[in-house]
Design a binder for this molecule. Structure first.
Ligand code: GUN
Ligand code: ZN
Length: 469
């Protein structure tokens, strides 16, 4: 039995076991519930230690972080109504409000993963090698399975559930070259009501035949997927050339045209991950000034372009990216795993670049944004920089939302934002409990969480105000 068949079988059992719950008016865990809402517009009041960011701590300092040690998050119709100290908000709560008490736990906006591959879950933590060998040996054979709609549906469901159990409520996702895989991913995100940006991989050269399209096919398939999914509730499409070396000039041209043509569509790709990859790209596209220049020449550098890695850039590249409003996805676990290099966050900040955090599973070694922050901290230490816990949690929430131009919708708890939030248990393990008992400040506790935390700390994940994990 493949892992997806096993998963499918378990889901069926799970669904059957779960099914009686579907007739209940409110699916919240009874453990924490004092009152169950009977209609979707009922007020939900979630109590706990609330932390969110209204700006970048690197720019705004302490004023960027909003912290209510004993707070209430008020949610109605899937959106944040307000948040503040319990002592202030509680007296005005209507008697029929649905109260959920997470006292002793932290409530934060859902994490945002700005770069991940849904069809590489199965090969996460495959041993060693540099990028191109790793792609050929592990990533591409795994992606080939997603030509099968049933396999893709099961894989996409498992992937979304992994995101949710790790506290990630929004992601920017590479699917595979197969439209059925993109359909499966959007479908899985849609039923879970997650915010998701995704796109079919464009790849018409330098890859295995089973994973190659043609420039005309890739263009037509992307257009059909945009028509079907882009702008549908919380979903958006990203034109997805895998990276310059696996697309012909014709495919790159069409991808740039499509990106420029349709309002709100994103573009995602890989850039300057490894030195050998940069040399390969420059050799394939002679006459270009830099690897970034290739994307720019084909109309792929703009607001809503998100480039993963960006390790081997020069300042001219950084300047071009900043002036065009492009964003970087910093993928530390992947960069260490493949030995790609150390991302220079301070230099990106010097140029005012938008930066989000990416897991880059399967080259990345964890779905957890906490574990991703752990490695980010170490990457920056090796580069003589530091990552304060505030800057780290900003990156994983509002920073990611800003990188994806979604900060009007998600990333913090300002009134009107979509109510994607997570509940973190800072005492989820014996070790955490011991360590947390020796902390005194919020910054210390956040730092412990980002160094020692993982999915075991995610006590609950809520999407649009509803429990999703
Ligand atoms: N560059 C091109 N494709 C990939 C991929 O799947 N993973 C990583 N890490 N880099 C890439
Ligand atoms: Zn990647």
């Amino acid at each position: 039995m493949s892992i997806w068949q096993t998963y499918f079988a378990q889901r069926v059992v799970f669904r059957i076991r779960e099914s009686p719950l579907l007739s209940l008016p409110c699916p919240y865990s009874t453990r924490n519930i004092m009152r169950i809402p009977t209609d979707p517009s009922a007020l939900l009041a979630v109590r706990g230690e609330i932390i969110h960011f209204i700006d970048d701590p690197a720019e705004r300092g302490a004023g960027a972080c909003v912290h209510f040690p004993d707070g209430l998050l008020l949610v109605r119709d899937g959106h944040v109504l307000n948040c503040g100290p319990t002592a202030e908000l509680e007296p005005a709560l209507p008697v029929d409000a649905c109260r959920i008490d997470y006292s002793g736990k932290l409530i934060l906006p859902g994490f945002i993963d700005t770069h991940i591959h849904c069809a590489q879950t199965e090969i996460i933590a495959s041993h060693g090698e540099q990028l191109t060998v790793w792609l050929e040996k592990y990533a591409w054979p795994a992606e080939a399975h997603y030509a099968d709609p049933a396999y893709a549906a099961a894989g996409a469901g498992f992937f979304c559930d992994q995101l949710l159990r790790h506290g990630t409520t929004t992601a920017m996702v590479f699917t595979t070259v197969h439209p059925v895989c993109t359909d499966a991913l959007f479908e899985a995100a849609h039923v879970r009501r997650m915010r998701m940006i995704a796109g079919k991989v464009l790849m018409d050269r330098n890859g295995p035949e089973s994973l190659r399209d043609t420039s005309a096919e890739g263009d037509a398939q992307s257009r059909a997927l945009i028509e079907k999914w882009h702008g549908r509730e919380r979903l958006a499409y990203a034109v997805t050339p895998r990276f310059a070396p696996t697309s012909t000039e014709e495919q790159m041209r069409r991808a740039g045209r499509l990106f420029g043509e349709i309002p709100g569509v994103y573009l995602q790709t890989h850039l300057a991950e490894q030195r050998a990859e940069v040399a390969w790209a420059m050799w394939l596209y002679p006459g270009t000034r830099s690897y970034l220049d290739i994307y720019e020449r084909f109309g792929q550098l703009g607001t809503r372009s998100v480039f993963a890695h960006c390790i081997w850039l020069d300042d001219k590249d950084r300047h071009r990216m900043a002036t065009r409003g492009a964003a970087i996805s910093f993928c530390p676990t992947s960069n260490l795993f493949l030995g790609s290099g150390l991302f220079d966050l301070a230099r990106a900040h010097d140029f005012g670049l938008r930066v989000g955090l990416g897991s880059d599973v399967g080259a990345g070694t964890s779905f957890s944004m906490l574990q991703t922050l752990n490695e980010a901290y170490k990457v920056l230490r090796l580069a003589g920089q530091t990552l304060t816990p505030e800057a780290g949690f900003y990156l994983a929430t509002l920073g990611g939302a800003r990188a994806l131009h979604l900060d009007a919708h998600i990333g913090n708890f300002l009134p009107g934002r979509e109510a994607d939030f997570i509940v973190l248990d800072p005492r989820a393990t014996k070790l955490l409990e011991a360590r947390i008992s020796h902390t005194t400040t919020l910054a210390e506790r956040l730092f412990v969480l980002m160094m020692l935390g993982d999915d075991r700390c995610v006590a609950a994940t809520y999407v649009m105000g509803d429990p999703a994990f």
